[in-house]
Design a protein around this ligand. Structure first.
Ligand code: GUN
Length: 292
């Protein structure tokens, strides 16, 4: 069993990007900019947003966090998004999800200029991904593909089974793996909570991608020997032995599943750190495309 070290790969990518930014600065050019918009007080969202901002600063990107109150109206948020659509200093716009219930998430995503959609959530980005055009891939699925690539895990003709059908992970990773391209070209099955017997699908996976959002959901009897297991879960479970009162666990029962796998991502330290690296990469790409 090989442990996939997302933390290490993420650091490598961030270092590569830092060098590119240093070169831009040395040439007297402007740097890529990312604005992250956070509405409300969701503790997990706050922590993700501050990690994203910190990662931007570390590599020399321009970074701004727009913190808006829980009571922000849809119109107010739309107006903030629109102001950044036309702000040339920011090449990427990210609205941290979920947004409070008075705001229609789709309307906000639709309002982001597609050329600044570094999350890859805009319908134009999604459509381009499905068609196979150049676009921004959503960051977590892009991070999964990057890990498979860097660990030289063959995907062509392999059976990739995705558990979960979210717009952030399940649907985009299925579409990425389906592409007739390098590091993809897989046979893809997407299964989800409506399956009466999930095991029937998961047991036939060569590569199993767990993106369910339920702690320790994938058990050892659901995985065949030699499977590559990618755990996308980031679940907070109560733990009084930890100073912060909780610990982070994945969607996979790691202790019992890991011995059966050929490769597995740990939680934390697997897919999680890759999301930020891909966000930075997408922001760099948006910057280059802006013609700066
Ligand atoms: N909430 C959970 N994951 C993400 C993400 O990748 N992007 C945004 N914008 N919100 C999220």
């Amino acid at each position: 069993m090989i442990l996939i070290d997302g933390k290490k790969v993420s650091s490598e990518i961030r270092l590569e990007l830092k060098q590119k930014v240093d070169n831009l600065k040395a040439e007297g050019k402007s740097v890529p900019g990312l604005v992250t918009i956070l509405v409300g007080e969701n503790p997990a969202s706050k922590s993700y947003v501050s990690s994203k901002a910190k990662a931007c600063e570390e590599i020399g990107f321009l970074s701004k966090v727009e913190k808006l109150p829980e009571t922000t109206t849809e119109e107010e948020l739309l107006s903030v998004v629109q102001s950044y659509n036309t702000n040339p200093d920011y090449h990427g716009i990210l609205v941290q999800l979920p947004v409070p219930k008075q705001i229609n998430e789709s309307k906000i995503i639709d309002a982001i200029a597609p050329e600044k959609d570094v999350d890859g959530f805009h319908p134009i980005s999604v459509g381009n991904l499905v068609i196979g055009n150049d676009t921004f891939f959503p960051c977590t699925p892009a991070g999964i593909q990057e890990l498979l690539k860097r660990y030289k895990i063959e995907t062509k003709g392999k059976h990739v089974v995705v558990v979960g059908r979210s717009n952030i992970v399940g649907k985009p990773i299925a579409n990425i793996m389906l592409q007739k391209k390098e590091f993809a070209n897989a046979i893809v099955t997407v299964c989800h909570s409506a399956a009466s017997d999930l095991k029937q699908y998961t047991l036939s996976a060569d590569i199993l991608i767990a993106a369910i959002g339920v702690p320790n959901f994938i058990k050892a009897d659901m995985v065949k020997e030699g499977t590559v297991v990618i755990d996308v879960g980031i679940n907070r479970v109560e733990d009084s032995t930890q100073a912060r009162g909780y610990r982070i666990v994945g969607d996979v029962d790691f202790e019992n599943v890991a011995p059966k796998t050929s490769f597995i991502t740990p939680v934390p330290g697997g897919v999680g750190p890759m999301t930020i690296a891909m966000l930075l990469q997408n922001t760099f790409k948006a910057y280059l495309k802006s013609g700066k």
